[in-house]
Design a binder for this molecule. Structure first.
Ligand SMILES: C[S@@+](CC[C@H](N)C(=O)[O-])C[C@H]1O[C@@H](n2cnc3c(N)ncnc32)[C@H](O)[C@@H]1O
Ligand code: SF4
Length: 507
């Protein structure tokens, strides 16, 4: 077996991805939520607690005549005291002039308005169907809702309202932060549009998040994103949002092909000048085999910086944002210090990186749900495919049952996104020190200068933040190797019926 240090060096020499942000385990390690081959009946579904039973039956059927898996008992006991996060993907569509904006590893489909409307309507129905099966979840406290995925603000006003109303029928959103994600230009419409739907939703705090990527117009043209809005549109959207007391987040890419460091720093400076409350900085992930148009273009790949150079650029942009008064809240999210200090600070992401406290329910194509049972040290993860026939999960969807070892990894890798893993919290849940469970990996990670262990926590160094995917990958390495053989081997592209080849974030 390769040594821990050798394995880490191997991981650090390749492209650094953001898979970690999606959480452990990745899709290829999950299995079909319901397996026909195991003799289950049509209409059999997987419930939020992991139980498999026929729709409408009050409890799981006994294993019929020795057919294993015909019914499965719940894997976790749902804990009503745990607050929830709600992620809604109203559809999976985008409309850039260049497929996937050239680089995009988010799952998305080409624009088809009829399909988009049908999908968004099905999502509203799915919400009602889900709570019909799980009325007990309706009473949970909701701290944050995120309308995201591809381009959520492409959803027509009527359909987005219907989704908001469906959520409001079952959940009390008055204490929640609600975010709508999308491209800048679609937040600007003169007529009432998705932005106004957001204003009408019940919420404690509202925010929008838009992909800016860069203010370099030539680069935006190259991405086919000129129609999504340039600097002036972005400025207008920030003003509009602030007039309505919303906070605003922008996604920015660094290490784009031939992008000089000066341009990355200029983008950060302009984002601050425009008044962004959050600036999300993503190092561009672009590697052969990824399937995006740019990734498969050798000439474009040749324009990329080396991994070490890319890390240095990230360190410089990070430093510039800290100097400009932003606080680094997570691996990729920098928040204005004055906002961060208040209850207007962005909570969805931070909470989603706190699996010990939060459960999550996802609606819509490719949404993810997870429920944890701390007393039994178990959890379930459920991923929906594109078919939206039912409120629960069926044979086209994916499922993963966390054993204690998996839950440890979920805790450590998710918490790492908040830049440190607290030892006391780990001990409280798992009854042992972090070092007892991950000693060899931690030793290699410290030796490489990616993290430092002190009495309170394992803390990523700034360099370790850039290499965080390698750090998380190393921590999970032995377990992932063991599970790989059992996994369904499905990836995002399978869930999307081959229409989309972009799987880096999900798989
Ligand atoms: C769902 S999109 C944002 C909303 C909207 N669709 C847009 O493009 O404006 C999420 C963000 O992921 C980032 N992203 C996508 N592909 C990436 C890649 N290959 N490497 C790094 N970041 C990427 C982009 O910054 C993008 O804005
Ligand atoms: S960056 Fe945004 S608009 Fe472009 S393909 Fe990705 S999700 Fe769609």
């Amino acid at each position: 077996m390769t040594s821990w240090r050798g394995e880490l060096a191997r991981r650090m020499s390749g492209p650094q991805r953001h898979r970690l942000l999606q959480g452990y385990p990745m899709l290829p390690l999950m299995r079909p939520a319901v397996e026909r081959s195991r003799g289950v009946l049509r209409g059999t579904v997987r419930r939020a607690d992991g139980e498999v039973r026929a729709l409408g039956l009050a409890r799981a059927p006994e294993d019929r005549e020795g057919i294993p898996g015909a019914g499965e008992p719940p894997w976790v006991q749902l804990d009503p005291t745990r607050p929830i996060l709600v992620g809604v993907l109203p559809h999976a569509q985008c409309n850039p002039r260049v497929e996937g904006c050239g680089f995009c590893t988010f799952p998305h489909d080409p624009y088809d308005k009829g399909l988009l409307r049908r999908t968004a309507r099905a999502v509203a129905e799915q919400i009602d169907a889900f709570f019909q099966e799980h009325p007990e979840l309706a009473g949970r406290r909701v701290d944050a809702v995120y309308f995201g995925g591809a381009t959520a603000n492409l959803t027509p006003r009527g359909e987005l309202s219907a989704i908001g109303e469906a959520l409001g029928r079952h959940l009390d959103l008055r204490g929640a932060e609600v975010t709508l994600e999308g491209v800048p230009a679609l937040f600007r419409s003169l007529l009432r549009g998705p932005f106004e739907v957001l204003l009408d939703m019940p919420a404690r705090h509202r925010r929008i998040s838009m992909g800016v990527q860069t203010f370099d117009e030539a680069m935006l043209t190259r991405m086919g994103r000129r129609g999504f809005g340039g600097r002036r549109d972005v400025e207008r959207v920030v003003e509009k949002a602030h007039r309505s007391r919303l906070t605003v987040s922008g996604d920015f890419l660094i290490n784009l092909p031939s992008q000089p460091l000066a341009r990355m720093l200029a983008d950060a400076g302009e984002a601050q000048a425009l008044g962004f409350d959050q600036i999300c900085v993503y190092h561009l992930v672009l590697a052969a085999g990824q399937g995006t148009p740019w990734a498969e273009d050798r000439a474009i790949r040749a324009e990329l910086p080396s991994v070490e150079q890319a890390c240095d650029n990230w360190l410089a942009v990070r430093e510039a944002l800290l100097q400009r008064g932003y606080v680094q809240a997570t691996l990729t999210n920098f928040e204005r210090a004055d906002v961060h200090a208040t209850d207007r600070r962005f909570v969805y992401e931070e909470h989603s990186f706190t699996p010990a406290r939060y459960d999550a329910i996802g609606f819509g194509p490719l949404s993810i749900s997870s429920f944890t049972d701390l007393s039994r040290r178990r959890a379930v993860k459920l991923a929906r495919a594109k078919s939206l026939e039912a409120g629960l999960w069926g044979e086209h969807d994916l499922f993963f049952a966390y054993h204690e070892e998996d839950l440890r990894l979920l805790f450590v890798t998710r918490t790492l996104c908040r830049l440190r893993v607290p030892r006391a919290a780990y001990r409280e849940i798992f009854g042992a020190d972090l070092v007892e469970h991950f000693g060899e990996a931690i030793e290699a990670i410290e030796a490489a200068g990616l993290a430092a262990l002190d009495a309170e926590a394992l803390r990523l160094t700034p360099r370790g933040m850039f290499y965080a995917d390698s750090v998380a990958g190393l921590l999970a390495w032995p377990r992932v190797e063991a599970l790989r053989a059992d996994g369904a081997g499905r990836r995002t592209r399978d869930l999307l019926d081959d229409k989309v080849r972009l799987n880096d974030f999900m798989g």
